[in-house]
Ligand binder design. Structure first.
Ligand code: PEP
Length: 253
């Protein structure tokens, strides 16, 4: 049984003061929720104060990116060991905004994934097609090659704890959600590729989140699909009540 995993990506939002307030409010709202793994990804500068406020709670902390080198002359970067020591348990890698605005490629995703695993950070690897790619009918190929490329440096015996986030780019921040059937089609395809890449038992353990305009009102229907194991949430995670609604809606039925 895969435990649903709901993660909130705060992107470039919230000062440290605001982030601590939001984290504390969320902690209060979801303290009694069972059966769902929960994480929030504040900006890097907020990881230390937020992680301190979430100690001994059921809300974990994720980073939004990680560099692949462990140290040295790389101005502005953060290593996996630094993020881990700061309090992050997970790191989001390869988000479409990083691919679009910061030149992220499947090769750099693979290097970041390797560095994170080496530092004992768990990874959420984001993949997803653009609208032209969906309309061209080649979206499964696109998603499949991002998946295989991004996981190029992962061994089968460390793969069960991977989290994959399928986020169709046309549904991120647009208010347009993939229908549960559209999402399930791609999630099942991803699961099949994971069977080929690793093995059936490992693929069955890997959680595949859906991301793209998830809200309290559409979460339960998405989660009811057999291969949707949680959500990566942007906009709706910036408000404690709306994120808590999604978390509650993701509890196993
Ligand atoms: C995201 O950026 O990961 C995301 C899913 O955003 P939103 O929920 O705002 O569409």
């Amino acid at each position: 049984m895969r435990v649903p995993f709901v993660a909130g990506n705060w992107k470039l939002n919230k000062t440290p003061t605001e982030a601590v307030e939001l984290a504390l409010e969320l902690r209060r709202l979801v303290s009694s929720v069972r059966g769902v793994e929960i994480a929030i990804a504040p900006t890097a500068v907020c990881i230390v104060p937020v992680a301190k406020k979430l100690e001994e709670s059921n809300v974990k902390v994720a980073a939004q990116n990680v560099f692949w080198e462990s140290g040295g002359a790389y101005t502005g970067e953060l290593s996996a060991a630094m993020l881990k020591d700061a309090g992050a348990e997970y790191v989001i890698i390869g988000h479409s905004e990083r691919r679009t605005y910061f030149g992220e490629t499947d090769e750099t995703v693979a290097k970041r994934v390797r560095a994170a695993l080496d530092a004992d950070l768990k990874v959420i690897v984001c993949i997803g097609e653009t609208l032209p790619q969906r309309d061209s009918g080649k979206f499964l190929d696109v998603v499949g090659s991002q998946l295989i490329g991004g996981l190029a440096k992962v061994a089968a015996d460390e793969a069960a704890e991977l989290v994959i986030a399928y986020e169709p780019v046309w549904a991120i921040g647009t208010g347009r959600t993939a229908s549960p059937e559209q999402a399930q089609e791609v999630h099942a395809y991803i699961r099949g590729k994971l069977v080929e890449r690793f093995d059936a038992q490992t693929a069955a353990a890997i959680r595949i989140q859906y991301g793209g305009s998830v809200k309290g009102s559409n979460a339960a229907e998405l989660m009811s699909q057999p291969d949707i194991d949680g959500a990566l949430v942007g906009g709706a995670s910036l408000e404690a009540n709306s994120f808590a609604d999604i978390i509650r809606a993701s509890r196993p039925q």
